[in-house]
Design a protein. Sequence first.
Length: 162
Amino acid sequence: MILITGLGNPGKEYEKTRHNVGFRVIDELAKEKPNDIVLLKPQTFMNNSGEAVSKAVNFYKIKPADLWVIHDDIDLLLGELKISKNRGSAGHKGVDSIIKKLGTRDFNRVRIGICPAEGKPEAVEKFVLQNFTKTEEKIIQEIIPKIIDLLKSDVNKLTSTS
């Protein structure tokens, strides 16, 4: 079994923020109702994501290698994607919380770039809690289906070999 979790903050006021792009991917993936895959949107706030993720991992007896975490990444330009595994949090507090609660960083991450072309903003914590601009929103709406295709491809490779 695979667990795919999208990181974000619960509540209507956070729905369209940059920090909630992981939730948005899960919402779209849920429309396809994938088999043998558990989808999770932690209802803890971002910085405590590890609490919900570790409970789900333990409940479903998920190996860390079968955990996928989808989250925003201020170190990548808006719309860029990177898949990584067994890496540090790079300052992302939600990922850091998961690493601490699981006691490992040996899980898959889909990192979605949110950094504007003009460079990383000084007040990152304020920036991630703001809504995407109309131009940014277009880019995000175009990238979400690509993320889902990427996930389906990579997750199918993993589930067909285990």
